[in-house]
Design a protein around this ligand. Structure first.
Ligand SMILES: [Zn+2]
Length: 573
């Protein structure tokens, strides 16, 4: 199933890098009057304009029927991912494998994005059970860690996994290790490229039926779930940007204040008078959601945090050029300055360069320099690994009897997936390097903390996207959909009806919608009726004739009706 992505232009590359893991949103007002419909070259060389379908009144019961026709598990994941005050007013679920996004997004309720590894390893602490087929989600992680610590932690959405028992003495260190985007779709695609992880399975507990449990499966949302044991419906971390009152804010832009529930790190640290070390060694602000609110909340202290955000960050999903901790997070955490005295990223790019047989400035066909001086290559893995080992050793994680909590996110797999997709030799290289790093890290923990003194939990926050040429997906960009929505629902009041169109939801300006006489159900009906012909970037001629009228979406659900769906009794307790 592996297939080389056709060469991409440098321009596209730089766009992708700028947008890496931001799940591109299209803002409103992207089109004006006179641009209605899709321009299509006609046979005589002229360009004809195909009008967009005009909106129609909602068909009674059609939206509910489409929602209830979804696999129930997927509908539950959508419900778990929605918080009515923060989420968009319409939830969109493309027909699998179709997706909405401008590069390779990973937001959706489908198994290929939801299924993740969930592995507990700690010889002498965690039983060696090997594979266990119990259904579990990443919301089970923090309640289970609380059980390891014999600590009373509320089980709201997640449950303590019974296979992981409370030891006589709690481990000195619990490490939560996230392979960002390293879902089972990636591991299954390259079954021979994670031999280290596979070799550890018999010595720990590997949950073969683990998933994220909520949609959109997006980094800030899922990291909040890992840390709190609660889904976005409770944490409020619903998307990369969401409503805060009438405004759209970026998740993480205001620091930890928008994470509405306490993490295990918050409660456990405070209960022990902040004696335990709590730390997060990752790269983007969203990763902090699995760790703590630091000193923001009463009784908390300034936990250790190392990120790598852009110096002028207006995008919390982007990464910068040095280890740092910026802006709104700075007051609440401690940044160990010495991490920037370690060997720079460039010390690790030569090995990646040489791996394809030639020292030519390239990783396979890719200029290392052009890919963020190597940050978009597997060189970032040993570079971060070195930083992590330094912090563990110098800060003394796991060095004394008091249990410490360390949270790590490696984002290399995610980074590569957004540029090259799952189906690329770049992904295979990256997975293999990530797996090798795991082997070195386990050896390091054995030496530094000692076997029997630590527990390592390895998981992923979501899967990654397949190349549409491999999956057969029909891809629509949010920009295209936003244009079509603007044309179908023009505003005569000055302001657009649409605040943002994102890969899983539409954010509406309620006042503008009402002033123009539109309803969320009417807009949802338009989405449900939206065809491949409408969504094709080059117009209907891009779509085989027999597919033009195919619906792109499986369901378009007004958030206001979600909890009332007859097929979703879970929403009513
Ligand atoms: Zn992620």
């Amino acid at each position: 199933m592996t297939r080389r992505q056709p060469g991409r232009s440098i321009l596209l590359v730089s766009m992708l890098l700028a947008a890496a893991c931001t799940s591109s949103a299209a803002g409103s007002g992207t089109s004006g009057p006179g641009t209605s419909g899709s321009a299509t070259p006609a046979a005589d060389g002229t360009t004809s304009v195909v009008p967009s379908a005009s909106p129609r009144a909602p068909v009674p019961g059609a939206l509910e029927e489409a929602a209830c026709a979804m696999p129930h598990e997927q509908l539950v994941r959508v419900w778990h991912g929605v918080e009515p005050q923060r989420s968009g007013q319409i939830q969109m679920i493309p027909q699998e494998p179709n997706f909405l996004g401008s590069n390779f997004p990973h937001s959706g309720p489908w198994d290929y994005l939801q299924d993740v590894p969930l592995f507990w390893y700690g010889p002498g602490v965690v039983a060696a059970l090997g594979e266990v087929d119990r259904r579990s989600t990443i919301a089970d992680i923090s309640p289970t860690q609380a059980e390891l610590l014999d600590f009373d932690f509320p089980e709201v959405d997640g449950r303590a996994l019974p296979e992981i028992e409370t030891p006589a003495t709690p481990p000195r260190l619990i490490v939560t290790l996230v392979w960002d985007a390293g879902g089972m779709s990636v591991l299954d695609e390259f079954p021979d490229d994670w031999p280290v992880l596979r070799s550890l399975i018999p010595d720990g507990v590997w949950y073969t039926n683990a998933d994220v449990g909520s949609s959109p499966s997006i980094t800030p949302a899922t990291h909040a779930t890992i840390g709190t044991g609660q889904f976005p419906m409770h944490t409020g971390q619903t998307d990369a940007e969401f409503f805060l009152g009438p405004d759209l804010v970026r998740a993480g832009a205001l620091g930890p204040v928008l994470l509405m529930q306490p993490t295990l790190g918050d409660l456990y640290d405070r209960a022990l008078d902040n004696e335990p070390l709590v730390g997060n060694l990752s790269s983007v602000t969203w990763h902090l959601n699995m760790t703590s609110h630091g000193a923001l909340w009463g009784g908390g202290d300034k936990d250790i945090a190392v990120l790598r955000t852009p110096v002028e960050a207006d995008n919390e999903g982007a990464e910068g050029t040095v280890w740092n901790l910026q802006g709104k997070n700075r007051p609440y955490f401690t940044f160990p300055e010495y991490v920037n005295d370690l060997p720079p990223l460039s010390s690790y790019t030569e090995e990646v360069d040489r791996a394809d047989g030639a020292l030519d400035g390239k990783w396979r066909e890719n200029s290392i320099e052009q890919y963020e001086n190597g940050w978009a290559t597997p060189a970032r893995i040993p570079y971060q690994e070195r930083m992590i080992e330094e912090v563990i050793a110098r800060e003394g994680f796991g060095a004394d009897g008091g249990p410490d909590l360390l949270f790590i996110n490696f984002k290399a797999i995610d980074h590569v997936s957004h540029i090259w997709s799952v189906n690329s030799p770049e992904m295979q290289d990256t997975l293999r390097r990530q797996d090798e790093a795991l082997g070195r890290f386990v050896t390091f923990l054995d030496d530094q903390v000692g076997s029997g003194n630590y527990v390592l939990v390895l998981t992923a926050d979501h899967g990654a996207q397949f190349d549409p040429e491999v999956s057969g997906a029909f891809q629509v960009t949010p920009t295209q959909l936003a244009q079509d929505l603007e044309e179908a629902f023009p505003s005569s009041t000055g302001g657009s009806v649409f605040r943002a169109v994102r890969p899983s939801q539409v954010y509406l300006d309620e006042a503008a919608m009402r002033a123009n006489g539109y309803t969320d159900e009417q807009i949802a009906q338009f989405l449900l009726d939206y065809t491949k012909a409408q969504g094709a970037p080059g117009g209907p001629a891009d779509v085989p004739e027999h597919e033009r009228d195919d619906r792109f979406f499986a369901a378009a659900i007004p958030t206001s009706i979600l909890s009332d769906l007859v097929c979703l009794p879970e929403a009513r307790g």
